[in-house]
Design a protein around this ligand. Structure first.
Ligand code: NAD
Length: 310
């Protein structure tokens, strides 16, 4: 495993992080036993970051992850969860709700603190409220020892400078679906984030399923043209005796400015496959072919949140 420093937090995090949303059943049903085996396999192979949210599977992912981590030494892993998003259209970034939410998450996760507490998908809220109310509430949570560091997450890249230019309360940003083979537009924001000294987490290097052999799940928000281009790229990899998920991960994991890349995993087999991608060179000629196939869909994203935050 490779380890990188998560910005000013100083945390040494594994280049590959465990995305726990699948433990909530969002990509298909998952048994506790399989989830526990996946989490333990990840720990054994040096993965030390686990990211979850009360939103995933309507709190189920936190409960399943908490069960899977029970008995593991608390200083052996970095645990990240979120506040503010509780359903597809259920957001509450008020100080009262997020403060209660942390306590609820700690109970489900069976720990007395998390390493990172993040405002989940802030583009759905008022950025004024995030800066003026939510982040100050999380600063108090931090002072109480219930979280060590604070982060913000969301899809539109524009939200990050809009918040970071107005507060010093953010240690980490989590961007998703923007550092993958079909969309690496996060790269353009890296110099700014470096200058702000925030830790950078990139999630969904497989585009939430787009860059896998099985393809995107039915709920996937990408436009059809993106899904079709990714399916063509996946087929080309298959024809070449390769696997688009492996190629995509090898490529995304190589950027050392990104402290950790979160991949959704729910089985020990997926953990093994993905850990093997750390430090491995992508196949250059195949990468070039895939890039060419994906070119018409490059950087195409989808609306998320309030129009004024896009
Ligand atoms: P992802 O791009 O990691 O894709 C996950 C899908 O790919 C799942 O179906 C998984 O089973 C499958 N997969 C994993 N490894 C594979 C392999 N080797 N071969 C084939 N398929 C494979 O998307 P994700 O799970 O949505 O994102 C990763 C994590 O990042 C999430 O679990 C979550 O923790 C975090 N995340 C956070 C936000 C946010 O805060 N707004 C948004 C998206 C993701």
């Amino acid at each position: 495993m490779q380890y990188r420093t998560l910005g000013k937090t100083g945390l040494r995090v594994s280049a590959l992080g465990f995305g726990a949303s699948p433990l909530g059943g969002v990509f298909g049903p998952v048994e506790q036993e399989d989830a526990t085996r996946a989490v333990r396999a990840a720990l054994d192979r040096g993965v030390n970051v686990f990211d979850v949210s009360p939103y995933y599977g309507d709190t189920k992912a936190e409960t399943v992850l908490g069960n899977a981590l029970a008995g593991v030494a608390r200083d052996g892993y970095c645990l990240a969860t979120k506040v503010g998003r509780y359903g597809p259209d259920d957001f509450d970034f008020s100080a009262g709700r997020v403060t209660r939410s942390v306590d609820e998450s700690l109970r489900r996760l069976r720990v007395d603190h998390v390493d990172l507490i993040q405002c989940h998908d802030i583009e759905f809220g008022s950025l004024d409220q995030i800066v003026g109310e939510t982040l100050p509430a999380l600063r108090r949570v931090r002072e109480q020892g219930k979280a060590r560091f604070v982060g913000i997450t969301g899809l539109p890249l524009a939200i990050f400078p809009r918040v970071l230019d107005r507060t010093d309360d953010v240690d980490v940003v989590l961007s998703y679906c923007h550092y993958a083979l079909n969309d690496d537009t996060l790269a353009g924001l890296l110099p700014y984030l470096r200058q702000k000294d925030v830790g950078i987490i990139s999630a969904s290097p497989l585009g939430m399923g787009l860059l896998t052999g099985q393809g995107a799940p039915a709920w996937h928000p990408a436009p059809e043209a993106v899904k079709a281009a990714c399916a063509r790229a996946a087929a080309r990899c298959r024809d070449r005796g390769s696997d688009i998920a492996r190629l995509a991960l090898q490529w995304s994991l190589a950027n050392e400015e990104i402290a950790t890349t979160l991949v959704g995993m729910a089985s020990a087999e997926a953990v093994d496959k993905n850990v093997a991608c750390v430090g491995a060179e992508p196949d250059g000629p195949l990468l070039a072919e895939v890039r060419e196939i994906l070119a018409p869909a490059y950087g195409v994203t989808w609306p998320s949140g309030r129009p004024e935050n896009d």
